[in-house]
Design a protein around this ligand. Structure first.
Ligand SMILES: Nc1nc2c(c(=O)[nH]1)N[C@H]1C(S)=C(S)[C@@H](COP(=O)(O)O)O[C@H]1N2
Ligand SMILES: [Mo]
Length: 252
């Protein structure tokens, strides 16, 4: 497909990695995907026209390869697929498996029935924007790992998204921290589709790219897990805020 006009900025040629097609996508296709993804979920079908005029100019890469669709409140919305993804609360399932004694599949109700953790903490993207004092509610990842029973010697945890593309990883020590949760509420409300609901990861001490959206798979690995989506593209796997990616200016 030929790339038209400004679309080249949004979709620069990428190396093909993880089976992801690296083809640039034409403007019409991008808008088509946004029409389905955004208009359907966020605004209702009538907004498709408006989106063509409003979202296209807002969507931009900020020089680091991140595609920001549009700002929502104090956040920017990121999605590497170029569209939003949604799953109803009823259809949502979270699989916890891999190198564990008893793999579990949780519904959203079952996740919500587990002991909840609340915290108010910043969210910071490695590209520089930071949202102060976000209220998070969710379940400690450690509690989910305990539920499935991690086998001795497990090295790390790998995460998958129902966007079908994005992945992330943590070491077992990182995964067991108190400030790493599977979040189902942000700012006192269910995590929206734009923010990766019904449930996303929130890794408080690390840059935003660790906080995978549309989380549906937690897989314990016996070996050191492979780096995630942005990490194979050059970002640090250990993404400590202020102490990674060449940034030491913003300590937590
Ligand atoms: N599935 C998925 N998760 C993702 C991303 C993404 O593109 N896809 N972007 C990451 C990055 S770089 C950031 S900064 C945050 C942005 O979260 P927000 O879109 O809720 O602001 O999500 C992270 N998790
Ligand atoms: Mo980010």
């Amino acid at each position: 497909m030929r790339t038209v006009g400004a679309a080249a900025r949004y979709w620069p040629k990428r190396r093909s990695l993880d089976g992801v097609e690296g083809k640039p996508v034409g403007r019409r296709v991008v808008l088509g995907m946004m029409g389905t993804g955004l208009a359907g979920i966020v605004f209702g079908s009538k907004a498709a026209d408006l989106l063509e005029r409003v979202v296209a100019p807002i969507a931009s890469r900020d020089g680091t390869g991140f595609l920001s669709l549009f700002p929502v409140g104090r956040f920017r919305i990121y999605t590497v697929t170029g569209r939003l993804h949604s799953r109803s609360d009823v259809d949502y399932r979270l699989n916890v498996g891999g190198f564990v004694d008893s793999p579990v599949t949780l519904t959203l109700d079952e996740l919500r029935a587990m002991p909840a953790t609340r915290m108010t903490k910043d969210f910071q993207c490695v590209t520089g924007w930071r949202v102060h004092d976000v209220k998070w509610t969710g379940v400690r990842l450690a509690d989910l790992l305990d539920k499935a029973g991690v086998k001795d010697g497990a090295q790390g945890v790998r995460f998958g998204s129902f966007d079908g593309v994005y992945t992330e990883t943590l070491t077992m020590d990182q995964a067991r921290r108190d400030d790493v949760i599977v979040a189902y509420e942000m700012e006192g409300k269910p995590v929206t589709a734009a923010h990766g609901g019904p449930a996303r990861l929130y890794v408080a001490p690390m840059y935003g790219y660790k906080s995978i959206k549309w989380l549906d798979m937690i897989e314990v690995s016996e070996k050191e897990p492979r780096p995630g989506y942005w990490e194979v593209r050059g970002y640090d796997t250990h993404a400590w805020i202020g102490k990674s990616n060449g940034r030491d200016d913003r300590p937590v």
